[in-house]
Design a protein around this ligand. Structure first.
Ligand SMILES: Cc1cc2nc3c(=O)[nH]c(=O)nc-3n(C[C@H](O)[C@H](O)[C@H](O)COP(=O)(O)O)c2cc1C
Length: 303
């Protein structure tokens, strides 16, 4: 029996798998169909201080080796979200994390306080969102990202992770800034920018034009971020995320330096994927004499 327990900063996880934000709704409905026992935690979709309408359809499209989405983080705002979800969270047999998003630091703080009040076990700060002041993504700017994390970490008592973008020019600088600002771990990564055209309409596949690309082709992009941050900042815990479909994908992330691994797009084709992926991790560990998944963390060696 392989020991699944792993530690992500101050958080102990019963398995190394985390359900990625935006791919399991608010977790409460997904829990009726998902293999919840296979997750260490599940992250609800991102919530802002006020309601966000999101973009018009089409806002998700399949592409080669993955999908493109530009949903615009549609959500009902933290107050309505809490009213609907808070009372259901305690009944779930998986720790639920919230995900806070905003266009200004104070909006992140309002969302994070509401999520904490709703009883989430931890909070991801989704920094892949445009800053109202200059329109660029927080996750591309070390100062702006650090400021958001510092304000949120000063306002809530639950552990926090900062979710970064593979589009950052220098991922180590951003990771270092959010770590110094108080993030307990970094999530590497959110989707990568992508684009596609419908040949019949000659329009972009989604109304937002450029969107977030996710799925199997993301793995080398996000793994590169994990590897670089793990090498440069060995004390900063990492939740790997991007393109995980098989147990061996998750093992690659662990070896590269992630302490746990989030799975997202695979849920759309296979809601119970976490069970299969965890079984595949077990098979690999048993075949390779590995007694516990935490033994694998950071064991990849440079040439
Ligand atoms: C349809 C969709 C919606 C998403 N919504 C969110 C979100 O609300 N917040 C967030 O932090 N990430 C969001 N993500 C990004 C995922 O959590 C994950 O970081 C990304 O998809 C890469 O992992 P994957 O290749 O396993 O899907 C979304 C992804 C998809 C496909």
């Amino acid at each position: 029996m392989v020991d699944h327990e792993t530690t992500l900063g101050p958080v102990r996880l019963r398995t190394p798998l985390v359900a990625a934000s935006g791919t399991v709704g608010s977790v409460t409905d997904f829990a009726k169909v998902g293999a919840m026992e296979a997750y260490g935690a599940a992250v609800a979709k991102s919530v802002s201080a006020e309601p966000w309408a999101g973009r018009p359809a089409p806002r998700m499209a399949p592409t080669e080796l993955g999908m493109l989405n530009g949903i615009g983080i549609q959500n009902p705002g933290i107050d309505a979200w809490s009213d609907e979800v808070a009372k259901k969270l305690a009944k779930l047999d998986v720790p639920v994390w919230g995900s806070a998003v905003g266009h200004r630091a104070d909006e992140f703080v309002r969302s994070a306080k509401g999520l904490q009040g709703a009883g989430v076990a931890a909070i991801e700060i989704n920094l892949s969102c445009p800053n109202l002041d200059d329109g660029s993504m927080f996750a591309l700017d070390a100062d702006a990202a650090g400021q958001v994390v510092a304000e949120v970490s000063g306002a809530v008592g639950v552990p926090i992770g900062a979710k970064l973008s593979p589009n950052a020019e220098d991922i180590v600088t951003i990771a270092s800034a959010v770590g110094e600002a108080g993030a307990d771990w970094v999530v590497l990564t959110n989707t990568a920018w992508g684009f596609g055209i419908d040949l019949d309409t000659r329009k972009p596949l989604i109304t937002g034009g450029v969107g977030g690309y996710s799925g199997p082709a993301m793995k080398p992009l996000a793994l590169r971020c994990v590897w670089e941050v793990a090498q440069a900042l060995p004390q900063l815990p990492i939740l790997g995320c991007g393109g995980v479909v098989r147990g061996t994908d998750a093992i690659e992330y662990l070896m590269a330096g992630a302490s746990a691994v989030a799975i997202g797009t695979v849920h759309f084709a296979e809601p119970r994927a976490a069970r299969r992926i965890l079984d595949e991790i077990d098979l690999w560990c048993e075949a390779n004499g590995v007694l516990g998944v935490s033994e694998l963390v950071g064991t990849a060696k440079p040439w």
